[in-house]
Design a protein. Structure first.
Length: 280
């Protein structure tokens, strides 16, 4: 009889035949196999399912065909099938090291919490990226002391009992559903703890496709909108899901920045240059 997994890793997908196998390969190499993988797919038109199922010989794997393209819906659907005590939500394009599940298990019992966030890093460890992600992680950590704390993107580790106490992710949100979950937990008195020894590699594929300025603009706009207006239920900009659009990362989408956006572009460039000089 197989031992019940402690972690249920839930990964929403849409046309992720290129990126998903890399993440699953990371889990195949884990030193401690205390997990199951649940992939919830949004009707991929590529070989996502075929390539995912090849990893079923390495760990318990369930591939669920979801009914719609909605990451919150997909994550919630995956959580319904989870048998683990802790739910690990990860994006299909992220990466983890071989000690990830072992060290995470140890840290969870050491820190004694119900909600945890990792430190985000990037594979492209340029000086500029190191400074940028150092800033991002600092902001996320500091925000945990505020009334509206932030999440580490789609990387969230949460006790299943707490997740369902919160009724899961809100499926009517267009973006920032991850921040929303953390904030609702905070209202229940549960503060997310940052695990500084647990690192998740954050993919820069969107940055490569759309350009750094446009991606930062979208994230800042979503953040300001959320802080001022609350939940982001309307389509305030284009934010597509799916790995298919990133197959040729060299083909950047062209954007026309005018007015306030152009001013923001100039501010971001000056701020980035200042941070690189002051924090490195």
């Amino acid at each position: 009889m197989l031992k019940k997994p402690f972690f249920s890793v839930i990964i929403p997908t849409l046309n992720e035949e290129i990126y998903l196998p890399k993440l699953l390969s990371d889990f195949a190499k884990q030193r401690r196999k205390n997990f199951e993988i649940i992939i919830v797919d949004a009707d991929s038109q590529d070989k996502t399912k075929e390539k995912a199922l090849k990893f079923s010989k390495y760990f318990p794997l369930e591939f669920i065909n979801g009914e719609k393209q909605n990451v919150s819906f997909q994550r919630n659907l995956g959580a319904e099938s989870a048998s683990g005590e802790f739910l690990l939500f990860l994006d299909a394009d992220c990466r983890v090291n071989t000690m990830f599940t072992r060290n995470l298990y140890i840290d969870i019992f050491k820190r004694k919490g119900l909600l945890f966030l990792p430190v985000l890093i990037t594979e492209e460890r340029s000086r500029k990226n190191r400074v940028l992600f150092r800033l991002i992680n600092s902001v996320i950590e500091l925000s945990q002391s505020l009334t509206k704390p932030l999440s580490a993107g789609g990387s969230i580790f949460i006790a299943k009992k707490l997740f369902w106490q919160l009724n899961g992710f809100k499926e009517n949100l267009y973006i920032s559903e991850d921040h929303n979950l953390i904030q609702r937990a905070r209202k229940l008195g549960v503060k997310a703890k940052i695990l500084k020894d647990i690192k998740v590699v954050f993919s820069l594929r969107r940055v490569k496709k759309e350009g750094q300025v446009m991606v930062l603009y979208k994230y800042l706009l979503a953040l300001v909108y959320m802080l001022v207006n609350g939940e982001v239920t309307s389509k305030i900009f284009m934010y597509e899901m799916g790995g298919g659009r990133y197959k040729d990362s060299k083909l950047k989408e062209k954007w026309s920045l005018k007015g306030d956006a152009a001013k923001l572009q100039k501010i971001i460039r000056k701020t980035s240059a200042f941070l690189v000089d002051s924090l490195s």
